[in-house]
Design a binder for this molecule. Sequence first.
Ligand code: NAG
Ligand code: NAG
Length: 462
Amino acid sequence: MGLVGRHELRSLSAHLSRWQKIALGFAISLFLIYATAPYDGSLRAFFRFQHSVAQNYYQGQHPSDGWLYRRQRYPLDADKDIGLIIKTGYGTKHRMPLALRALSNESFFADVLVVQDFPVIPEQKQYNLTNGKAVDIVDILGWNLKRGALKGREHLERIYKYKNLADAVEAEEWVLSEGLGKAIGWELDAMKFLPALEYAWNTLPKKKWYVMLDDDTYVIKNTLSLLLGHLNFGQPHYLGNPVGDYKGRFPHGGSSVILSGATLRNLFEWHPEIVAEANLESPFAIWGDKLLSTTLMKVAIYLDETYRRFFNGEHPWMTRLWADRLCLPIMGFHGLGERQIMEQVGEVFKDPKGPVLWSSVAKIYGVPDYQKFIDVPIRPNMNYVGRLDEQVTMVENVARAEDCFDICDGHSTVCMAWVYDPAIKRCDLAPWAILGDLADGRFSGVNGKLGKRLVERCHGPS
Ligand SMILES: *[C@@H]1O[C@H](CO)[C@@H](O)[C@H](O)[C@H]1NC(C)=O
Ligand SMILES: *[C@@H]1O[C@H](CO)[C@@H](O)[C@H](O)[C@H]1NC(C)=O
């Protein structure tokens, strides 16, 4: 601090009362404690969490989408600038050709890396996109073992399991492999995240963005371009659908995880020792997506929850169309493991004409629009709420379906859908609506007035 600064400080301190000085001292100590706290410590985690709760509340109250259609500062060509990393396993490898065809259907011809938990054998079909573009495949666990990143961990059960599976595959014991693959798939999955990203960083042409997804996840190219064009890929970014408590927030892997090139450079080029530690931890990890998060925290890269409303961890019929995101584009779908569902999605979203908003999912699937719910508000044998959780408000002792509808109508900013069960006289109210499930004996409806009002405010090129 220069002389002038010191002088100013002294004259400032002369003007402060005793209590003000104590408060100032207290604030400075707090700042110092915070500034010197470890990046992945609980103190920082606590403040980050409070910040994202406040931000989330604000965004929920004031949904905004206009910024998306302003000029992009970092426009990108999704095919060239995004690297896709798809995780698969022996038990689910049959999904890969469909997942790749579904991407091709929306003309998403990015560089794709498939990471799997078993050796690539000559019999395994080469994967292609439908334009003929070859897709790289790697046995990511084998690669990580071979290069010695799991040194000293070879005796662990999980590594044995991988080796048993690898042996069975190489011996062409298909029935055994099938059984093993299904039983241990999730355990091996937790070990894929970090080496998959490192392998992609080392082998794919350098990308502005990397998107990691599961073989039962579908991403919408248009949404990626629309969002990422506003973000600086030269800075560390780490985006996803947050889950977990404040100490270890991490993005739900199934909803897809987005990382900027700068994030991967920071991790793999500048902090190899932290990556090495994480690899050694991976045979114990329950969730790979969480391990990735706690590892990135050590280099001060945190999950950015600002764009959480883009991500979706459900398949189309279970997708929750929340009131607070109707105007935003949707990132994709998850849980498309069954053959027909992935094919259906690949068909429905083929040749996209523009942004796919949360609110347009209903239209795309041909379910009644908001006006139709205003005209006919009560629908028998339907359920527009879906799976219940703690965000659903349950009202007991409701006499009739009409009353349930009235309660929802009365909570006009928080109730997006209601379902009434006459057998137990219970009325459930949700801040979202699903496309609609058949439900014998129930009555249900969507808050058409609220939906219509919200959608009329969308800025999108609708
Ligand atoms: C996939 O790519 C390989 C190599 O580029 C090519 O030989 C093969 O014909 C392609 N297969 C399909 C189905 O396009
Ligand atoms: C791609 O689109 C075609 C026809 O439009 C459809 O038949 C096919 O099921 C789709 N494929 C996938 C894997 O989604």
